[in-house]
Design a binder for this molecule. Structure first.
Ligand SMILES: [Zn+2]
Ligand SMILES: [Zn+2]
Length: 384
């Protein structure tokens, strides 16, 4: 009898010990390896940090690919205000689910998931309830933010090997998708898809796409798929043939003023993706009456264009508005549509190597990438 009591006690304590060991393991932070810049405008170097443990409603993904968005360059350079360093950019992410929290139903281990600019939001405010989580005052951005739902930790992005995210903010990626091309859809894709649908662009409409880079080329593909007549505007000759190949009816090199002749009052819509100094009024003038112009490109503060009130009055009864990425439901719709219709970004895959990323940044800055760099995070090598 005594022996049985002793055994029962022993088992009880062993149970407690394993339970607590288990708890410690569950709450331990997850090591992460990637690339960071250590100061404003710095170059990338290997960087080791950690992610918070996987919560009950969260998933952990092993990152397979991360896109290089022009916004990443702006954050690295503190172009939109002082950033916090070390900074790991990356908000175009695709990866494989390696762990799920106990309440997760949307994903199972082994699924492919995408993550864009958002990793969380309140879920209760008017914006969240409308599916516009990107405007939630308590949203959490994938990087260059603090996570109010996790001890206000600094968030770090996708130029890394692993990420923990709420299941509600991860996008399901079909197994038959072309995985190496998926990542840019999570920012470049949704940022152009959302205003094109908000403006209700349809077959036969004339739309101008200003800026023909990572965002612009996705805008061209979506507008062409809808049957719109697309005019592309950029500042180089090097992309003229690409625009035609993607289905644009016209390519305008805005550095040749004669190419702009006859374009005033000719377009139903304009979508501006330009990330550098330019004159938005030039495009406003091209709108027909009741035309709409959406602005998604955001130049550095020092190069920020402005539109005079005079322009609005002179070119009256046209609407000009801005747009930020898109909500989660809309992002899922964009991704499903893109995969089903074979509408992928054109990517150049580079190795997960600091020198390769630094080189890619120079090319993006010079407008020389066709059309998006994607870092193959599977090629990351680290010492520990
Ligand atoms: Zn972006
Ligand atoms: Zn909210």
């Amino acid at each position: 009898m005594k022996r049985n009591i002793f055994l029962a006690f022993l088992l009880f304590w062993m149970g407690l010990f394993t339970a607590s060991a288990h708890t410690v393991e569950e709450h331990a932070r997850i090591p992460a390896h990637g690339f960071a810049v250590m100061a404003e405008g710095g170059e990338f170097q290997p960087y080791t940090f950690s992610r918070h443990a996987v919560g009950d409603n969260e998933i952990q993904i092993e990152i397979l690919y991360a896109g290089i968005c022009h916004s990443d360059l702006h954050h690295v350079a503190s172009d939109w205000g002082k950033e916090e360093y070390p900074l790991v950019p990356g908000h175009e992410i695709v990866g494989r689910v390696v762990k799920i929290g106990k309440n997760v139903t949307k994903f199972k281990v082994g699924d492919i998931a995408g993550v864009g600019c958002l990793v969380n939001a309140c879920g209760e405010c008017e914006f969240c309830l409308m599916g516009l989580e990107q405007y939630c005052p308590n949203r959490v951005l994938t990087y260059h933010d603090h996570d109010k739902y996790h001890d206000n930790e600094q968030t770090q992005g996708g130029y890394s090997d692993t990420l923990v995210v709420s299941q509600n903010f991860a996008i399901k990626v079909p197994e038959n998708a072309d995985i190496e091309k998926i990542a840019p859809l999570l920012c470049a894709g949704i940022t152009t898809w959302s205003p094109i649908h908000y403006m209700n662009v349809k077959k036969g409409d004339k739309i101008g796409i200003a800026g023909f880079g990572g965002l612009g080329h996705m805008a061209v593909k979506y507008a062409v798929a809808l049957g719109a007549e697309v005019t592309v505007f950029d500042i180089t000759e090097a992309k003229r043939e690409d625009a035609k190949r993607m289905g644009a009816v016209r390519y305008v090199n805005v550095t040749n003023p004669e190419e702009l002749n006859g374009l005033d009052n000719s377009l139903n819509y304009v979508l501006s993706t330009v990330p550098a100094k330019y004159d938005p009024a030039m495009y406003m003038k091209m709108l027909k009456i009741n035309g709409q112009m959406a602005i998604v490109g955001l130049p550095a503060i020092k190069n920020m264009p402005s539109i005079s009130v005079l322009s609005f009055v002179i070119h009256g009864n046209r609407k000009v508005f801005g747009s930020q990425i898109g909500g989660i439901k809309e992002t899922q719709e964009m991704l499903d549509y893109s995969v089903a219709h074979n509408l992928y970004p054109e990517v150049e895959v580079i190795k997960a190597d600091a020198a390769a990323i630094n080189e890619a940044y120079k090319k993006v800055q010079a407008g020389e990438v066709k059309f998006r760099y994607v870092i193959d995070m599977k090629t990351l090598k680290h010492a520990d």
